[in-house]
Design a protein around this ligand. Structure first.
Ligand code: CP
Length: 312
């Protein structure tokens, strides 16, 4: 399969073609097998990744670090820029130029939309967006789409419910758009309080090829969903803490709500769960993938992505 991603940036899912997904997902299958059978290999030996996280992270940061190390690569791991010269006032552009001199790729998370793209203008090496404010989270979408398509290989049509904070939730912005690049027909249910609705431009985009049902009531979508993708209300994006307090527990998915769900429904969440939007009683439910498949697939997808970006 042709690798068009070698040496390329990944700042938005808009740049990915269906053929890129096919390549990444085929490699992801291979990375899962490799990890189980041998722990890893040396395919990224001699390559260094700089992981510049200007905003907190548990999964994205650690899985990228693990991915690089399982493939024999080296790491510059900065989970938070404290103790770097950013604290002394060094500009974002200079920081990027410095690390792009040392490393072969930059993985950047930033609280402001567009900063990974800004980095591409001064970086000498490929830049991957690991989440930019309420913008996008392309690698989360890759692992989410991989999880969905591998779970439902034979279904040509899927009903996907995206619920919670669709306004500030970058994972659902990328996921909604990336699902359109699969070979499946997607019916979207967009479930949010009015104040946290999906950005207009994304809704317009997905409406071009998919049916879209918008509601504030999660209960209206349970029985028809193949995928229920919950998200937390993004506390850090609110200017008014009282507004966050009012909205943070708007939804709660629990066993009782799921009694009307399809037998094969899957429950997903990018994590962290912050305000009980999924009840803990569902953590070990066989339908829940957020503490199982999504985590494992996140590591394998990031191994695959680093491999295609850094190896021709
Ligand atoms: N899903 C996700 O981005 O998690 P982290 O914030 O822990 O990286």
């Amino acid at each position: 399969m042709k690798n068009s991603l070698f040496g390329q940036d990944l700042t938005t899912v808009d740049s990915l073609e269906a053929s890129d997904l096919a390549l990444i997902f085929q490699k992801t299958d291979r990375m899962k097998k490799l990890t189980v059978e041998k722990g890893g290999d040396d395919s990224l030996k001699g390559k260094i990744g700089a992981f510049l996280f200007f905003e907190p992270s548990t999964r994205t940061f650690s899985s990228f670090i693990t991915a690089m190390q399982r493939l024999g690569g080296g790491i510059i791991p900065l989970n938070g820029m404290k103790n770097t010269s950013v604290e002394k006032g060094e500009s974002f552009e200079h920081t990027v130029r410095v690390f792009s001199t040392y490393a072969d790729c930059l993985i950047i998370r930033h609280p402001e939309v567009g900063y990974p793209t800004k980095a591409t203008q001064v970086s000498a090496v490929p830049v991957v967006n690991a989440g930019d404010g309420p913008g996008e989270h392309p690698t989360q979408a890759l692992l989410d789409v991989y999880t969905i398509v591998r779970r439902f290989p034979d279904k040509k049509e899927l009903t996907v419910t995206l619920a919670g904070d669709l306004k500030f939730g970058r994972t659902v912005h990328s996921l909604a758009k990336l699902l359109l690049k699969t070979d499946k027909k997607i019916n979207f249910n967009l479930v949010s309080p009015e104040m946290l609705a999906m950005p207009y431009e994304i809704t317009v985009k997905i409406k071009k090829s998919s049916s879209v049902f918008e509601t504030s009531k999660l209960s209206e979508t349970i029985s028809v969903s193949d995928v229920i993708y919950m998200t937390r209300v993004q506390k850090e994006r609110f200017e008014n803490p009282a507004e966050y307090e009012k909205l943070k527990s708007f939804y709660r998915l629990d066993k009782s709500l799921l009694t009307r769900a399809k037998k094969e429904v899957i429950i997903m969440h990018p994590l962290p769960i912050a305000a009980n939007e999924i009840s803990h009683e569902l953590d070990d439910d066989p339908r829940s993938l957020y503490l199982k498949d999504q985590l494992k697939n996140g590591l394998a997808v990031r191994m695959a992505l680093l491999d295609v970006i850094l190896n021709p």
